[in-house]
Ligand binder design. Structure first.
Ligand SMILES: [Zn+2]
Length: 551
């Protein structure tokens, strides 16, 4: 009896020791991001050898090969079946709009001149797009938003018609922060949304009235962006309907179009901000023709995965765009746009995170490392992934996007772009606090940055996405230091050959701090059963609910 009891005691004692040992071993083995790794990956990927990492160039070949080889070296498995590659079919469209656009009514003919009064473009893969005598309807902000009980298309069928819409959303420029989101731009305010909604409504053409304050940029920016060759995803059959004409008209021209039809644009805009607004025909027809040239090509996303232990069919996705601008106009004797910050820093961070994770005990959920192409051309690689996901969208727990990391050293604050959208904010707040940091909202919410980086394509299909970065106040050198450094970057380096990695100028502690933060969030989410949700009032909440219902 005694010996059995003793044996039990011993056994209990030893299994306790074993548990402690295993637990300690686990904690000890959770690897962290190191500055050495960040430096190694950053200096490599932003060196001249990669020629500025432009899609379709030798730079793409080298970049894709390097990413693949590093993932393989770490023991990160291929993410697309047996391959690290997801092909991204693209088409380059060069549009030549006729120099005139016509608005006709029984009383008047108004001729709009290209660039001065209008700019336009088409995403239709047709050599000639001809819009003839299409009825012109003013549709307010062009928004259908169930969560705000708002529908600018109520009671009107705009199929085959030309719609004129206002830029931004009805909350902008008002006093009420709870009307839409006040001055914080919702996705309904973005011009890309206006084009997408016009297509959903079956419109033949969509013209946005330009207004500098609401758009956030002057006419010449619109004019520049609308001309020349543009890269698009090669459309697939089901999702291919696009308005034949997507464009902008100047504020002055819009005023005169309204006036000649007997309306005052200013008072119509005021009405459009109220629920009482109803779309109405302006009494014109619109005619315009565009000619297009096409070039097809293929780029690549690079993808790897660390499978989870107990919930391998649930996924966390890290993303960073690998592409930049390639070789271009020479500035100060340099023509290679290295994109060290944009986005060598994000690539280096995700590689460093992948390395740390690959040497740590596996998480319960799977972790995906996705390097997307053609961000600079309009977030195309991430859009392609979101529309052609390798891992089911409703089983993807969250996205962590890393783009343009902070090269100025450790920061007291963590800025969340698009704060208030999802419970990812709460994870961020708690993990930032463990690093002794507070969180801050993005300092320019009216500019809609949440919709201007790759994480947005994940949000758009309902996956909660986090884009957070150290900013605002340096831990040792204060606020002014950061402000000056940022201003200098924007003025002298952003999208220029001078965006280079210079060891003496870069304080990699900031990048390591943020990459470690992202790793901590993933380590936590990867071992939880929770599903972070969109917050009440977010325009993405419905999308997530619907995608979950489907399965
Ligand atoms: Zn960029």
């Amino acid at each position: 009896m005694k010996s059995i009891k003793m044996l039990r005691t011993y056994l209990a004692f030893f299994s306790l020791l074993l548990i402690i040992f295993v637990a300690c071993d686990d904690v000890r083995n959770v690897k962290e991001v190191t500055i050495q790794d960040i430096q190694k990956y950053l200096s490599e990927i932003s060196s001249d050898k990669y020629e500025g990492r432009k899609p379709f160039t030798e730079g793409e070949e080298k970049t894709v090969k390097y990413l693949q080889q590093e993932l393989e070296r770490m023991g990160v498995a291929p993410g697309n079946g047996g391959s690290y590659i997801q092909e991204v079919p693209l088409v380059e469209i060069t549009g030549h709009p006729d120099t005139s656009m016509y608005f006709n009514s029984p009383e008047a003919e108004i001729v709009l001149n290209l660039k001065k009064d209008f700019v336009c473009y088409t995403e239709r893969i047709e050599e000639t797009v001809k819009i003839e005598d299409s009825e012109v309807v003013f549709c307010g902000f062009g928004i259908t938003a169930p969560e705000y009980d708002w529908d600018d298309f109520e009671g009107v069928d705009v199929k085959g018609k030309t719609i004129i819409v206002l830029v931004n959303d009805p909350g902008f420029g008002g006093e009420d922060e709870s009307f839409f989101k006040g001055n914080t731009m919702t996705y309904y305010g973005r011009w890309t949304y206006k084009y997408e909604e016009a297509a959903r409504q079956g419109a033949a053409a969509v013209l946005i009235i330009h207004e500098t304050a609401s758009a956030g940029y002057p006419w010449f920016v619109v004019e520049g962006a609308a001309s020349g060759a543009k890269l698009n995803l090669k459309p697939n059959q089901e999702t291919s309907y696009k308005a034949g004409v997507q464009g902008w008209i100047s504020l002055d021209m819009a005023k005169s179009i309204f006036e000649k039809a007997g309306f005052d644009l200013g008072s119509e805009i005021r009405k459009a901000r109220t629920k009482a607004f109803e779309p109405f025909s302006l009494g014109y027809t619109m005619s315009h023709t565009l000619h297009n040239m096409f070039k097809y090509d293929q780029s690549r996303n690079v993808i790897g995965i660390l499978p989870g232990t107990t919930s391998p069919e649930e996924y966390l996705i890290f993303s960073a765009h690998w592409d930049h601008l390639g070789i271009g106009k020479t500035v100060d004797g340099d023509s290679i746009y290295n994109g060290a910050l944009d986005n060598g820093s994000g690539i280096a961070s995700v590689l460093s995170i992948a390395k740390a994770m690959s040497q740590s005990p596996a998480l319960e959920r799977s972790v995906v490392f996705l390097f997307v192409t053609a961000e600079e051309q309009g977030l195309l690689g991430s859009q392609y992934y979101a529309e052609n996901p390798i891992f089911p969208v409703d089983l993807t727990v969250a996205n962590l996007n890393l783009d343009g990391m902070n090269p100025f050293g450790p920061m007291k604050y963590l800025t969340i772009t698009g704060i208030g959208h999802s419970e990812m904010d709460d994870y961020a707040r708690e993990e930032a606090a463990k690093q002794g940091r507070d969180i801050l909202p993005d300092q320019e919410p009216e500019k809609g940055y949440f919709f201007r980086s790759d994480h947005f394509n994940f949000a758009k299909v309902g996956i909660p996405a986090l884009y957070a970065e150290g900013a605002y106040e340096h831990m040792e050198l204060g606020k002014e230091y950061v402000k000056d450094k940022r201003a200098d970057y924007v003025a002298n380096r952003y999208h220029q050959p001078a965006d280079e990695y210079v060891a003496e100028d870069w304080d990699l502690r900031g990048i390591a701090q943020d990459a470690q933060f992202d790793l901590n969030v993933a380590n936590r989410l990867g071992n939880e059963k929770t599903w972070p949700e969109w917050k009440e009032g977010s325009e993405f909440k419905n999308i997530r609910n619907q995608s979950k219902l489907k399965n």
